[in-house]
Design a protein. Structure first.
Length: 143
């Protein structure tokens, strides 16, 4: 069994991650999809497979849509979801600190000022700084 943490903030990143994962997943794997949008406080929504479409937090709408893509596209027995608001790096470190992650999958995003090696700030803050293998997806779509 492999436990994947899919970190996303857009439907494009999630779709690319699903394409990456679909050929690798086995029937006992678990994918935890965490959608993070920058904003105020942490969103309390968490569900093992529940849609987040009914959530009424406008700042987390893109992250919620991103999580829904994974729920619709992945055919593993367990797809866990969470939508968070706050600093993406801190939120993802919290998820990793909680344990039970074998591989982190995330988007590269557009590098801004201070970017390292073509990675955005969140990816740069995680890749090489966490204890699990990281798969960084190239920027896709309209990100």
């Amino acid at each position: 069994m492999t436990r994947y943490l899919l970190a996303t903030d857009s439907v494009h990143t999630t779709a690319a991650a699903c394409d990456y994962l679909q050929g690798r997943l086995t029937s006992d794997d678990v994918v935890r999809v965490v959608g993070v949008s920058e904003g105020g406080s942490r969103d309390a929504h968490e569900s093992p497979s529940e849609s987040v479409a009914t959530q009424n937090a406008p700042r987390s709408g893109d992250a919620g849509d991103a999580v829904n893509v994974a729920v619709a596209r992945l055919a593993v027995p367990t797809v866990e979801t969470a939508v968070r608001e706050g600093d993406p790096l801190a939120e993802l470190r919290d998820e990793l600190d909680a344990g039970d992650v074998d591989e982190l999958v995330l988007g590269a995003h557009h590098p801004g000022s201070g970017a390292e090696g073509g990675l955005g700030s969140t990816a740069a803050g995680l890749v090489g700084h966490v204890d699990v293998p990281c798969v960084v997806l190239p920027p896709v779509g309209l990100e």
